[in-house]
Write a protein that binds this ligand. Structure first.
Ligand code: SF4
Ligand code: SF4
Length: 56
């Protein structure tokens, strides 16, 4: 399992720098998390102003 970014993402970019393994990348409309790279550390969750990041 990995963390996921929902469609609530407003592409603010706050989470990107929080990820120790650079699993968060800017997509076409929202940011996404590379499930194969994400180590489920949870560091990105609190960085999101709209609570768009959750673990599944
Ligand atoms: S849970 Fe950790 S490893 Fe996964 S995307 Fe968030 S900051 Fe990166
Ligand atoms: S912090 Fe939240 S709103 Fe900002 S880019 Fe990341 S997922 Fe999207």
């Amino acid at each position: 399992m990995a963390h996921k970014i929902s469609s609530d993402c407003i592409s603010c970019g706050s989470c990107e720098s929080q990820c120790p393994v650079n699993a968060i990348v800017k997509g076409e409309s929202i940011y996404t998390i590379n499930a194969e790279t994400c180590v489920d550390c949870g560091a990105c969750v609190s960085a999101c102003p709209v609570n768009a990041i959750s673990s599944e």
